[in-house]
Design a protein around this ligand. Structure first.
Ligand SMILES: Cc1cc2nc3c(=O)[nH]c(=O)nc-3n(C[C@H](O)[C@H](O)[C@H](O)COP(=O)(O)OP(=O)(O)OC[C@H]3O[C@@H](n4cnc5c(N)ncnc54)[C@H](O)[C@@H]3O)c2cc1C
Length: 636
């Protein structure tokens, strides 16, 4: 099955899983369309005092627990979260932070769930990864959103209390492209039989209940398609074949899990057959805020370490923080910490408020925080010099403070790959960014349809663009008094307004130039999305500084300074990206890559010896096991 999926089919599956409707207004969608609707994110919704109180109480409990009972060096040394730590997390309710109180959880808001992840993640990223895989993608969130009342009553109290959960989608031959899912769910009386092999399931080595994605064959009254199931992990036929080890995140319980004729009752199907990917994607709409939260914690910690170290360390007669090259990095680290926190706070309050659709903002936050967070840690390593490269254990053994910068760099790297790699996030967000155009002009762009339907589509598109295009010419960003209430940050918001219109013009121009082929211009689309992320981050920083001024007046001026610092950095990045939209080496690079792939420069690889040896990267027999062919063969 897997190898038969064409590019077109893969895209059709992704398209079908996409939430096509926009029931609520979206700041991100409007931003890409050239309409800067600041009122959709600002003023930020007020936090409810009662929710704040409960949230702060839990943060204090979590902090005390981490400091008293968890040794991060031990997790790193043993590559294992000790049992007493897991038990402690269960005891304080950390497995049910976001689960409603009526189902036995703490019922905290998205804002406080994120703060908890940031706190735990800084102590050791294996802990925040356990918690977020369990709650953001594991059983709780898909059931909260799509589970029946019966399913919620049955499973949520368990996962909120002490049943660790995991999410099993990926397979050896199925990564970013879920259309290839080979695991099967064969309907039988009262339920389904699951077969297949699942790769890289975080928590999968110790889970109690998991969500599994598998293909239900069509026919015999079955709608079929990729479907999501809740599966008790102690079911017969479930085998954890391997505990995977990684560059970082030492201590996560990540598995290869084999499913062999595993019975799952029909009542464990989440939603309907064929809705599995939609469920996975919708779960990620807010689930995606977990990773930015962890990045925010890391960036704040990097600011602390950079500050303390750069004041204390003296070289060439001065604290290193006074040398300009180091000072530039400190400004980058601190500015980024503020900008990332702003973006997260804006998106999380919107998530709690539920008045807008935040799928684009959450996706932008994931993309942006994982990329910028990585650069922040890289900058910190440089500021720490040789100590940045040394392990915390080794520093400690020499009597120095055990600052785990190299560990954090290793831990952070995965954020650019899982829960949607940067490349896939670019495509996903770009799809949303051009959605309105596809709605009004898709038929023309694709060149699909007969003459009559294309003529109708042209007329419809004509009407839309006759109104839309003139709006891109002028706007509040040209009014020197606009956004005055933001004081020194007003200019930054005027830039966002102008930038949003420019971005929409560039997108429109690219669509007319490349039409349906635009989707293959990934480097171009990536920049469009990255510009959108910079613009959103600037708007978020201005709004967040304003909020701090309202909620903590004594910090208002300082927040404004940090916002200015961050906005200037973000603006320069946006300007560079705008320039590179039309002046780049994309075509030449793409052609060169094809020549590399064709083996034209094989001689360039002379003089090395490959420690992995020769042969295919994923041998056929591994793929065969992954597709469950061995089971079919055994049965046959
Ligand atoms: C530590 C860890 C934890 C994980 N936890 C889980 C989990 O709990 N549950 C789970 O189901 N999965 C999990 N995963 C899997 C993770 O989500 C995948 O690694 C991710 O989806 C990417 O898939 P892949 O690694 O197979 O890369 P591939 O899809 O093979 O991609 C390889 C490269 O090609 C790029 N690429 C792929 N398609 C395109 C395209 N159309 N256009 C442009 N570029 C493209 C990718 O961005 C990437 O750079 C985990 C992985 C790791 C390493």
């Amino acid at each position: 099955m897997a190898s038969e999926v064409s590019e077109r089919q893969a895209r059709q599956v992704a398209e079908a899983a996409r939430e096509a409707e926009w029931k609520l207004p979206s700041f991100g969608r409007e931003l890409f369309l050239g309409s800067f609707r600041l009122e959709l994110i600002h003023p930020q919704p007020q936090l409810e005092p009662e929710a704040v109180q409960r949230g702060e109480r839990f943060l204090a409990t979590l902090k005390e627990f981490l400091e008293r009972e968890v040794d991060p060096l031990q997790i790193e040394r043993d590559a294992k979260i000790p049992d007493h730590v897991l038990d402690g997390l269960k005891r304080i309710g950390a497995l049910g932070i976001k689960v409603a109180e009526e189902h036995g959880g703490l019922g905290l808001s998205q804002v406080y769930y994120n703060k908890a992840l940031a706190l735990a993640g800084v102590w050791h990223a294996a802990i925040s990864t356990l918690l977020s895989a369990h709650q953001s993608i594991g059983v709780a969130e898909p059931l909260r959103m799509f589970g029946s009342e019966r399913q919620q009553r049955k499973w949520l109290p368990l996962v909120a209390k002490d049943h660790v959960s995991a999410f099993l989608l990926t397979e050896p031959d199925v990564g970013s492209d879920p259309a290839r899912i080979a695991a099967t769910a064969t309907p039988i009386e009262d339920g389904y039989l699951l077969n297949g092999r699942k790769l890289w399931a975080t928590n999968g080595a110790i889970a109690d209940i998991v969500v599994v994605m598998a293909q239900v064959p069509q026919g015999d009254g079955h709608r079929g398609g990729i479907s999501a199931f809740v599966l008790p992990y102690d079911s017969d036929g479930v085998t954890v074949e391997h505990r995977n080890a990684f560059m970082g995140l030492r201590g996560i319980e990540n598995s290869v899990t084999r499913l062999e004729n595993v019975f799952v009752p029909g009542e464990n199907l989440i939603g309907r057959e064929g809705e599995g990917l939609k469920i996975a994607l919708s779960t990620l709409n807010t689930g995606r805020l977990a990773l930015p939260a962890i990045c925010v914690g890391t960036a704040k910690w990097a600011t602390k370490v950079a500050r303390e170290w750069s004041r204390e360390r003296v070289q060439w007669g001065r604290p290193i923080g006074e040398h300009d090259a180091v000072a530039q990095r400190i400004a980058f680290i601190a500015g980024s910490a503020f900008g990332l926190e702003a973006m997260l706070d804006v998106a999380s309050r919107l998530a709690d408020n539920k008045a807008t659709d935040i799928r684009i903002e959450a996706a932008l936050a994931k993309l942006y925080a994982s990329e910028l967070g990585w650069q922040v840690i890289d900058a910190l390593i440089q500021v720490r010099g040789g100590r940045g490269y040394e392990t915390a254990e080794s520093l400690k053994a020499r009597g120095e403070k055990p600052v785990p910068a190299e560990q954090v760099l290793r831990d952070m790297r995965i954020n650019r790959i899982f829960e949607g790699s940067t490349e896939i996030m670019h495509l996903l967000i770009a799809r949303e960014a051009v959605d309105q155009h596809l709605q009004v002009a898709g038929t023309i762009l694709e060149g699909d349809g007969d003459l009559r339907s294309r003529a109708l589509a042209a007329a419809q598109a004509g009407r839309f663009y006759a109104k839309w295009l003139p709006r891109l010419a002028v706007g509040e960003g040209q009014n020197p008094r606009a956004y005055e209430e933001f004081g020194p940050l007003a200019g930054q918001l005027r830039y966002v307004e102008r930038g949003s219109r420019r971005l929409a013009r560039c997108t429109f121009y690219a669509m007319t130039r490349w039409q349906a082929k635009l989707e293959y211009r990934q480097a171009f689309l990536g920049r469009i999305v990255d510009i959108g992320a910079e613009l959103f981050s600037i708007a978020a920083a201005a709004s967040y500084a304003h909020t701090i001024g309202r909620e903590q007046p004594e910090r208002g001026a300082e927040a404004s300074e940090l916002a200015e610092l961050f906005c200037n950095q973000a603006r320069r990045r946006a300007q560079r990206l705008f320039q590179e939209l039309w002046s780049n080496d994309d075509d030449a690079n793409h052609a060169a890559a094809q020549r590399v792939l064709a083996g034209r420069y094989l001689w360039l690889e002379d003089g090395i010896v490959d420690p992995a040896g020769e042969g295919p990267m994923i041998p056929e027999e591994v793929k065969r096991v992954a597709t469950g062919e061995h089971v079919a063969a055994a049965a046959g």
